[in-house]
Design a binder for this molecule. Sequence first.
Ligand SMILES: Nc1ncnc2c1ncn2[C@@H]1O[C@H](COP(=O)(O)OP(=O)(O)O)[C@@H](O)[C@H]1O
Ligand SMILES: [Mg+2]
Length: 172
Amino acid sequence: MGRIITIANQKGGVGKTATAINLGAALANKGEHVLLVDMDSQANCSKGLGFYLQMEEMSMRDVLTDPISGISKAVRDTAVDGLDIAPSNIYLSATEVELTSRVGGDLYLTRALRDVMDRYDHIIIDPPPSLGVLCLNSIVAADEKGEIPLPVFPGGKGQSKTDWAMKVLAVD
Ligand SMILES: Nc1ncnc2c1ncn2[C@@H]1O[C@H](COP(=O)(O)OP(=O)(O)O)[C@@H](O)[C@H]1O
Ligand SMILES: [Mg+2]
């Protein structure tokens, strides 16, 4: 059963995506099977690994639209042995609007990941810099089954957003 790691902070530019890619690559280089899940419509994690998806290509948008059929349909091999990615693109922003109005809209990623939990040692989720429904899906997926590291930018704004994220996560 794969361990789920969600690298979250409401603030952008604190190194969430860089941590996700490098942690994923480091674990893969040690022989582990790793899936990166790009939950940010800016798609920096996907682009960082060379995936610039067109609208018609399978992405996290399709996965979250129909979570029952699972995430496998979107998963791609990367250039790093043992490292796969479920990429996204800008169209994920439309999904964010749709999920916000659905009952249980924060559980879609958890459901989609069931499909691949046994196939990976680690699943690393890269959420957007917000505490919206895509970030909540990412946090709920890691809850009780994994870890939620919060990269922090050493400054006043970074500190206040980290404090807020910890309140939302109910961390004392
Ligand atoms: N540990 C680090 N040291 C120096 N620069 C970093 C580090 N981590 C990330 N960066 C740089 O900071 C910028 C933002 O990082 P990124 O991972 O995209 O942040 P986020 O995903 O939180 O928005 C990028 O240009 C990235 O290369
Ligand atoms: Mg990012």
